[in-house]
Ligand binder design. Structure first.
Ligand SMILES: [Zn+2]
Ligand SMILES: [Zn+2]
Length: 436
């Protein structure tokens, strides 16, 4: 297997990451290759000849594609509900099927949720899995992280990346346009996720790899270019470009060893909404929520730049209050202990990402933060890009509450879903510290 990307820049950056990367880290990939090819099903069947007993994970929407795979039988296929989530219940069903069938490899035939279930199960029994994406809807196909809703809390489990990815773009191109728009939303989220990565590197010395940043930027550029030429290229070509960006973003996560290049404040908004602690259950897709989250976060970041960051408060955060029951319980209720553990893994504020901020010269740091801000696209430009892709752009479109306070409360509490440092987390912590 090898990686077959149409954008030569991506191939060059990937080679650079894998061969003496300038960041000094030795990057490795568990995925051995990927293809976006109309012949993907036959190539997948050929690949699986090295295995004795593959089984297919699909859902009621993607079962039709599973049935067309050359190695499909009704017995070697487990079908999950099409509108289901990646929960502890789905994981138990997958593991029970594995125990009964005793396969030696799993095939994920579906979109993001189905991949999370397959990936989680594959990792639980230490078995390889191969990815057969059916929609250009999310960037998780190639990643090694299973995003699960575990007993109500949205958690990321260190898991297994696929050994290979075989994508037939005709299937994704024929999928509802909403799915591809969701994939574009996930890609546009990289603007804020990369910004937050740069910021964390600047403020805490968190590891950052310039090659992986460039790789992710190249993926975003590919989609921007496709969006600008949307009217002159075919739906199939457009879908191929989105698929490529999504696969590259997943590869960037794999090279980093975590989701840092692809997920920050904008994803925390989505995670919060999926936890349904401020809102009822939303039917909006992951990438739809990320698009809405990205635009809300971008507006907030631009406003923070205009009003200047409050370095005095940042240097004297009131951790006791930030992680207090008084602040957390009204929103997170029974999930509060889990939220506190996520934010303070060793039980003390010292293990909060916020405690790792070191600013010796606020003026110099402020100048560097301004440079990072300047590199962000204009919020209005990003909004029109999202609209041209058919992405959702407002909380109301995502089926979330329309009152003004909902958006603000989301921005305040979203950073608590992860310990990861973001500007939104800093702004939220400052606001809590300042309140009486
Ligand atoms: Zn590197
Ligand atoms: Zn995502």
């Amino acid at each position: 297997m090898q990686f077959c990307f149409s954008n030569p820049k991506i191939q060059t950056l990937l080679d650079s990451a894998l061969n003496a990367c300038p960041c000094g880290k030795k990057h490795a990939l568990e995925t051995t290759g990927c293809v976006i090819d109309e012949n993907a099903a036959a190539m997948l069947a050929e690949f699986l000849k090295a295995y004795a007993h593959p089984v297919v994970f699909c859902d009621t929407n993607t079962e039709q594609f599973a049935k067309k795979l050359p190695f499909y039988t009704a017995e070697n296929c487990v079908v999950f509900p099409g509108d289901g989530h990646a929960t502890e219940i789905a994981a138990a069903k997958g593991e029970a099927f594995i125990a009964e069938q005793k396969p030696d490899i799993l095939v994920a035939c579906g979109s993001g949720t189905l991949h999370d279930i397959t990936r989680y199960c594959a990792n639980a029994v230490k078995m390889p899995f191969v990815s057969y994406p059916t929609a250009a809807s999310v960037d998780g196909f190639m990643s090694g992280i299973a995003a699960m809703t575990w007993y109500g809390q949205k958690l990321s489990f260190e898991s297994t990346p696929p050994v290979a990815v075989f994508a037939d773009p005709r299937i994704s191109a024929a999928a509802p346009a909403r799915l591809t728009a969701s994939g574009v939303g996930d890609v546009l989220g990289k603007y804020t996720s990369l910004f937050d990565w740069h910021l964390a590197h600047l403020l805490t010395g968190e590891y950052e790899c310039p090659t992986i940043v460039a790789l992710t930027e190249a993926a975003v550029e590919g989609v921007l270019d496709a969006l600008q030429n949307k009217d002159s290229i075919t739906v199939l070509d457009y879908t191929c470009r989105v698929l490529e960006a999504l696969l590259v973003s997943g590869l960037a996560m794999q090279l980093t060893g975590n989701s840092r290049p692809a997920s920050a404040a904008e994803h925390h908004m989505s995670h919060l909404w999926e936890m349904a602690v401020l809102n009822g259950k939303t039917e909006a897709l992951h990438g739809e929520q990320v698009a809405v989250g990205t635009l809300a976060v971008m507006d907030t970041y631009k406003a923070a730049l205009e009003s200047r960051l409050d370095w005095e408060t940042i240097a004297h955060l009131n951790f006791e209050k930030i992680f207090s029951d008084e602040v957390l319980r009204p929103v997170f209720g029974d999930l509060t202990p889990g939220i506190r553990k996520e934010n303070m893994p060793d039980g003390t504020p010292a293990s909060s990402s916020l405690a790792k901020i070191r600013v010796t010269d606020p003026a110099e740091t402020a100048a560097k933060v301004n440079e990072l801000f300047a590199a962000l696209p204009d919020a209005a430009v990003l909004r029109s890009l999202a609209e041209s892709a058919g992405c959702m752009t407002t909380v109301v479109e995502a089926g979330l509450p329309s009152d003004d306070s909902f958006r603000e409360t989301s921005l305040r509490y979203a950073p608590y879903v992860r310990n990861r440092l973001t500007l939104l987390k800093i702004l939220s912590a400052c606001a809590v510290t300042r309140e009486n």
